[in-house]
Ligand binder design. Structure first.
Ligand SMILES: [Cu+2]
Length: 97
């Protein structure tokens, strides 16, 4: 009777790790944001990426905080999107994790 118990435990553990693996938030330091329209452009460029769940751009801090599904998008994808839109960015030290 031990095997079913172990299988159920393993399944629960697996589900738990899946739930944690998917969603990830990173803060990007964004260059070239000089006017009120810039944050919208940066935000749009990130929103377009498949797997991006939420974007919050701060014109004051010159940052973009992005929540994304790390099975469908990577930090590199985010950086490429803002850079292609004219706003080079990089992951904030220590924020990548
Ligand atoms: Cu602008």
């Amino acid at each position: 009777m031990r095997a079913p118990f172990i299988a159920a435990f393993a399944a629960a553990t697996l589900l738990g790790s899946f739930a944690q693996a998917g969603e990830r938030t990173v803060t990007l330091a964004v260059e070239n944001m000089f006017c009120a329209a810039c944050p919208h452009i940066v935000s749009k460029s990130l929103d377009r990426i498949e797997g991006v769940l939420a974007v919050a751009v701060s014109n004051e801090d010159k940052t973009a905080t992005v929540t994304f599904d790390d099975a469908r998008a990577s930090v590199g994808d985010l950086i490429k999107a803002t850079t292609d839109a004219g706003y080079p960015s990089q992951a904030r030290p220590g924020a990548d994790g």
